[in-house]
Design a protein around this ligand. Sequence first.
Ligand code: CA
Length: 642
Amino acid sequence: MKKLIFAGLLSLLLPHKVAAQPFQEVSYTPEKTQFALFAPNDAKRVTLRIYQQGLDGKAVKTVKMKRTANELWTATVRGDLMGKFYTFDVGLGECPGVFAKAVGVNGKRGAIIDLAKTNPEGWAQDRHPVCKSPADLVIYEMHHRDFSIAREDAQYKGKFIALTESWVIAHLKQLGVNAIHILPSYDYGSVDETRLADNKYNWGYDPVNYNVPEGGYSTDPYQPEVRIREFKQMVKALHDAGIRVILDVVYNHTYDIEHSNFQRTYPDYFYRKTADGQYSNGSGCGNETASDKPMMRKFMLESVKYWINEYHIDGFRFDLMGVHDIETMNQIRAMVDTIDPTIFIYGEGWSAGSCAYPQEQLAMKAHITKMPAIAAFSDEIRDALRGPFSDDTVTGWIGGKDEAESIKFGIAGAIAHPQVDMTKVNYAKEPWALEPVQMISFVSCHDDMCLVDRLKASVPGLQSSNGQLSNSQMDELIRLDLLAQTAVFTSQGVPFMLSGEELLRDKKGVHNSFESPDEINHLDWSNLTKYPQVFTYYKNLIQLRKNHPAFRLGNADLVRKHLEFLDMPEGVVAFRLKNFAGRDDWRDIIVVLNANKADTEVSIPEGCYTIVCCDGQINEQGLGTLQGNKAVVDPQSALIIH
Ligand code: CA
């Protein structure tokens, strides 16, 4: 009796206590399998069907499930169901439930397999690669097809296990990135897994089964264990190379409502509605999930936990994080901390429409101060560098616009810095990060144009009627590309790059290439030999950051203490990392970013300096020396001296 009272009191004290019931359970033994499903108490009939195959064919068994607890329906099937498939049906169509861990082709039916048998050799010894601070990460955002589909010597083009191949590991290691952010790799709906020969492409922002890898990236989507094993092989190979694996998670919406597993197990529970009873559309995809509801919150927590424990995932990028509520994100952070606090969490600090939830409680960029150890993308530095998201033809600072203050804001990592005048920053009106590692520094990602296309579309003088640039235009484009990335990689935020930028990739000018064919999205590996100077610069720039702790202080007070912006003429942003910042070997580092089309003379603190970056080249051993209090910076390039 006492106990009950105490439990009741506890739930009052803990209004956000996670609901106790499971979403679904499939408890296998060779003698019998027990099934359970979270479904409404007032469901008229809940049916479990067992199938021989993952698709087609008649059910070999149909069982009426019984309600045995609050919102819990159960059934027991005798016999050995290993290798069989199942569906649940509450009257709105069959589905594998919301938390299937293995599925048949196209994710229509759940599969009964032995997960332990999907572990690759050495899996028990597999560990998260060491990472002391998120500032040490160099994140590389990749789509499986983009990356390997057009690579001639790839054995498994467009597949998870392409990332186990030696050429991939060699490329990534040489470039120096240490975290691969893979675009949606859970089971999504837009690619028909029974017609993979069609080579259909999609980014995958249309989740079907959140807790199963996508079948289209496996060598056999019909065999449920294959995609699971191959995903783990991918993780293992990257971990063995010291590279972390970050998952792009899209809990904010489903492909549609009618066919979603959420809707088909518990109608209307998982989605938000507007005051007039319509489905809210904060995702811009026709619906928005309700992270604020206990079982949706629990779903996100358990899903993240499952990917860490089962697949050894090292980080999560939350798509449209601004659709979720702050409380849920903080609970996810706290849960992840109990497993490994170095697992990095970041997201898009915005939504794609208005959400049916109080704005001040949403996990928006402006609320990052309420979400310690969670980071958000900085559209300030991205758009300041290359121009606004809303118009591809408008340029940014690299094309001659005065956005110096927004660049400085990004260099400092979106924290309060006495030398950043917030009244002149493009979007944020106040610093939104408590720590610089809460800001993702970037100039391009899979969304909208890649950097090359954007430069061509927006920088005055880089247009051409036939799509071909002259040699001098090409030279300018490369200068600006390298200059923009130098700002990104010398920022105190967490640097992030789109895969293929190091190859000067383009998407033939396509902005929203989410379902464009491979010809648009693929990396052209011949660019490695066409523009070797680009790869070399990226590689050396990344190495410079990794070798010098001054660029990744990871702490707001240290940034305010050691990062000093220098007075510069128009078109130039410069800063000094002074007094052995982060115990760097170099006492003072000066970075001058010059967007002007002409040589620009700038004033610097009097000294005797070694030049390590100049006119599109980086060499930490030194490219020359500089004495005095003046420096002449080459057009559209960075000068780094110490
Ligand atoms: Ca799929």
